[in-house]
Every structure is written in structure tokens, then in C-alpha cells.
Design a protein around this ligand. Structure first.
Ligand code: UN1
Length: 506
């Protein structure tokens, strides 16, 4: 089942990429490079990465710090145009970027295509939003004889710390938001996907984003992440990843002497779907399977707990097993694969031991068989019945769907149990009772509610995305308020009569 663009992708099948720190546009070599291999094929080498040391991190922060004055003086129009040029360049290089997403991150072809699309959307959307937010200073209404002018400006150096599950889209979404609002950026990509980040920064430089505005630091959280959180010159942090890491960053920021520093965090979820007995079982199953197993469940928005009203539970389970039997797990570069591998050995281990342990407490209802001779970090899509959401202590980031039966009279307890997890990211509702859907949507504290459809794949500018509680700080990515936390505001009030100006002109 070859697609027309497949030959294009094949050109990149054996390509080796290199990445390392980039400071003021110059690639740096820090210590021995490490080898990156494809999560779907043991031993298939994708490239080499040189991780940043604490000394290099310091140099990158210094470079971003001294570049700030220049970038702040650059008009928002020029900053926005640079992002739009980058969007065009990403489109021109889409087959390389898609191949890199498949090979380094193990994302399926479809997910990799969507990934490039979303990165392009973020650049264009934030360019447009940035023009509005950072437009000319606003003259505020006020008493005669005074002028009151409100302006917004970048905060300074922004640290952008991004995850491996959206190695291009979220990496670039954060960076684009920080840049268009006038901040210079030090970007720390996830260690698992440094090659994609490195290639993206090369394209940013080619697109005309000045070298002083974007510094890249591949490396670990312990070295690079810590250096960014501790350094007084970093004026803001934008983070997507685990709740636990967000808390650690918050703690480091709180201990700074020099300033109170904003943290924009988008973290995990314990996402549920509530299905009542009026729902259409076929539609429920289609949406639940996609929400739970697309991207091998490695989305913070993914469905983890399917609550089904007991009257239709057996029917839904039956259909779910049928649908899961149809899922094709395989090499992510094959168009026919619905699911690829999970990201690495440690993720695979954690997921397999969770399946073991929770199946003993509950009941393993179905597992999609893995093809024979599959060679990589694959986890079989699993459906497990449990009795209570509190049995899941933390987010399980993989292709595991838990199912809980509930009785209609206990709906309020279901809602309380979901709220009591403390997470609040996505919620799915399936019912043909519109009043009930609206009532549930109001009572479960989450950032994104999806009614009678799947609950992943929020679109930039359409479904602003982000949660509350343990799931993040807001504002929502891809929404009209996102850029506001990247800027600081200044109001200048001027008594015009003091210097004899003609106050009436205002
Ligand atoms: C994430 O998994 O970190 O709604 C974010 C979605 C994506 C966002 C997921 N747009 O699935």
C-alpha cells in the first residue's frame, strides 16, 4: 500500500543525522557523541547526538541574554514574518521531517505527517496572534492632561523544555510563541528526540531567525534542565512533560532570589470517557480505540479510563475486542501500521509491569497480538477491566485502556472519582442525552471536553489545548490567550501639562 510520496521518504531511509548544542548559530561539540537508534528496530542507527555540559548551557544562556536587546527592538512584524518563512521551509522539507519523526520517535507515518502539519500551523497561528498582541502601544482613555500608554514586550530569555511525543510540533510551538512575543530562547528538547530538534533549529536559522535569538541545548534534565531553572537570567520557563518534572522546575524557580518567574506547564492526565446507555456503541468503540491507542497511547490527551454504564458494557466490550483485533501494530514507516512502538526500553518496561500488576487486581479482557518477529519497543494494545480509577496511581503513558462499569445512579460518584485524581486534561462523553452531556461537561474539572467524538488531536486555533490541576497551569496552547504569559506589560502615565505640551491633542 504505497503512497505517492513514499519514494521521497525512502531517500531518508539510511540517512544519518547529527545534532548537538547550537550557540549563536555555531554547532558545538561537547564530549563523546551518543548514538541514537530507532525505537522500532533495534540497532537501526538514526544518527549521533552530542549532549550539552553545564558549561555549554551557561554559554547558551549568556548568548540568549545578550541577544535579547536586539530581538526586542526587532518589530513584531519582522518576528512574525520570520516564523511564516520558517513554516514555508518546513513544508519544503516535509519528507525529511516526516522520515525523521518515523525513525527517531517511532511515530507512524500518519502521526508524522500530522506532526509536520501541526508545527506549521503553530508557526502561522502564533505569527498572527503575535501581531495582535504586540501591536503598537495602546493609548488608554484617561483624564485630560495625561497620556496613558500600555505596551507589551518580551520578558527576556525563555527556556523552552519540550517532550519527545510531539518532537517537532510542541518543540516548535513553544519556541515560536516565545520568539514572536520578543523573547530570546534557549530550547532543551527531550533527550529521545534531539535530532529532530537539531534539524529544526538549522531550518530556523535558514529561515532568517537571527542566530542570537535561538540557542539549542540537547541534554539531560539533570544537567541542562537544572541549569535553565536555576539561572537568574532565564526570565520564564515553558514546559511540556510529566507532572513530576513540572513540580521540580517550579521548586527551583521558587528558590530564585532575583525574580518571581512564570512557569507555563502542560503536563499529564488521567483522562476518562463517560459512556451512558443511550450512546451508540459502534461510535463509542471507534472513538475510544482511536483515543486510547493512536500514537501508541503516548499523548497526554489519550483516553486511559473508559466508564461504561453497566446496561451496555458487555456489548461495548465485545465490539472493543473486535476493533482491537483489527489494529495493526508494526513498523511505523509502513503506511498500514496503526501503531508503532513506545519510545524506549524504560517506557516499555514500565508499561509491561503495569499490565502485569493491574491485570492481577482487575481482569485483562483483551490484548492485540503483536506480529511475530517484531524487533523494537512494542507494547501490545491492552484492555483491562478495573473497579476504581484510584487503582491507577499515575499516568500510564502507553497503549493501555482501562474499563470501569458504572450504574446510572452512581454517576455523581464517577464524576467525583475523576475529579479526585487531581488531573484535569481531557474528558470524553458519549450520550444522546444532550442535557446530560452538558451537565457532565460542567461538573468534571478538565481543560478539554469532547462530546460524541474522539478526544485527541486538538487542532491549533480550533481546540485550544491544556488542562488544570495536576495537568498544567494554562494558558492553552493553540488558543487566543496563550501568548499573554510570554510577555510583560508596561503602562506609562505622563502628565503632559508639566512640560507645557498641548494636552488637548490627546
Ligand atoms: C501531548 O500529548 O502532550 O490533543 C499534547 C492532542 C494534541 C496535544 C497532545 N494536540 O492530542
Amino acid at each position: 500500500q504505497r503512497q505517492p510520496f513514499h519514494a521521497e521518504l525512502e531517500k531518508w531511509q539510511d540517512h544519518q543525522w547529527q545534532a548537538g548544542p547550537i550557540i549563536n548559530g555555531q554547532p558545538q561539540q561537547d564530549g563523546e557523541p551518543r548514538q541514537v537508534s530507532c525505537p522500532a528496530q533495534h540497532g537501526q542507527v538514526v544518527g549521533q547526538v552530542s549532549d550539552a555540559s553545564a558549561t555549554t548551557a551557561e554559554q547558551a544562556i549568556a548568548a540568549a541574554h545578550s541577544g535579547f536587546a536586539q530581538w526586542q527592538k526587532t518589530s513584531v512584524e519582522r518576528r512574525a514574518v520570520a516564523l511564516e518563512q520558517l513554516a514555508d521551509l518546513l513544508e519544503q522539507h516535509s519528507s525529511e521531517l516526516i522520515a525523521l519523526c518515523v525513525r527517531e520517535a517511532g511515530k507512524t507515518l500518519q502521526d508524522s505527517i500530522d506532526e509536520v502539519r501541526e508545527a506549521v500551523d503553530f508557526c502561522r497561528y502564533y505569527a498572527q496572534q503575535g501581531r495582535q498582541l504586540c501591536a503598537d502601544p495602546q493609548l488608554m482613555p484617561g483624564p485630560t492632561g495625561e497620556s496613558n500608554i500600555l505596551s507589551v514586550e518580551g520578558r527576556g530569555v525563555f527556556a523552552c523544555i519540550s517532550p519527545w511525543n510531539f518532537p517537532l510540533a510542541i518543540f516548535l510551538g513553544q519556541v515560536a510563541a516565545a520568539l514572536v512575543t520578543g523573547n530570546t530562547v534557549v530550547a532543551k528538547p527531550a533527550e529521545q528526540t534531539s535530532l529532530i530538534a537539531g534539524r529544526t533549529v538549522e531550518l530556523m536559522l535558514e529561515a532568517g531567525i537571527p542566530a542570537y535569538a535561538i540557542q539549542l541545548l540537547p541534554g539531560s534534565g539533570a544537567v541542562v534542565g537544572q541549569a535553565l531553572s536555576d539561572d537568574e537570567r532565564v526570565a520564564g520557563v515553558c514546559f511540556t512533560g510529566s507532572t513530576e518534572t513540572a513540580k521540580r522546575i517550579n521548586l527551583s524557580l521558587a528558590q530564585r532570589d532575583g525574580a518571581i518567574v512564570p512557569l507555563i506547564a502542560e503536563t499529564g492526565g488521567q483522562n476518562a470517557m463517560i459512556v451512558d446507555s443511550t450512546a451508540l456503541p459502534e461510535q463509542v468503540v471507534k472513538d475510544a480505540v482511536h483515543s486510547a491507542f493512536a500514537s501508541a497511547g503516548q499523548r497526554c490527551s489519550a483516553l486511559r479510563v473508559l466508564y461504561v454504564q453497566d446496561d451496555i458494557a458487555d456489548r461495548v466490550i465485545d465490539l472493543l475486542q473486535g476493533a482491537m483485533a483489527e489494529l495493526r501494530v508494526g513498523y511505523p514507516g509502513n503506511y498500514a501500521s496503526d501503531l508503532g512502538p513506545v519510545i524506549d526500553a524504560s517506557a516499555q518496561q514500565k508499561l509491561l509491569s503495569h499490565i502485569d500488576q493491574i491485570s492481577q487486581q482487575g481482569k485483562l479482557l483483551y490484548q492485540t497480538p503483536l506480529p511475530a518477529q517484531i524487533d523494537g519497543y512494542f507494547v501490545a494494545p491492552s484492555l483491562i477491566e478495573i473497579s476504581d480509577i484510584s487503582q491507577l496511581e499515575e499516568e500510564k503513558f502507553g497503549p493501555i485502556l482501562h474499563l470501569i462499569r458504572y450504574k446510572a445512579k452512581n454517576l455523581a460518584q464517577v464524576i467525583d472519582a475523576i475529579n479526585n485524581t487531581g488531573f484535569g486534561l481531557t474528558l470524553g462523553i458519549h450520550t444522546r442525552n444532550e442535557g446530560l452531556a452538558q451537565s457532565i461537561a460542567r461538573r468534571v474539572r478538565v481543560g478539554n471536553v469532547y462530546i460524541n467524538r474522539n478526544q485527541i488531536g486538538a487542532m491549533v486555533g480550533v481546540q485550544p489545548f491544556g488542562g488544570q490541576g495536576l495537568s498544567g497551569t494554562g494558558p492553552k496552547a493553540g488558543g487566543p490567550h496563550y501568548l499573554q504569559r510570554f510577555v510583560t506589560e508596561r503602562t506609562v502615565t505622563n502628565n503632559l501639562t508639566a512640560i507645557g505640551g498641548n494636552a488637548n491633542l490627546l
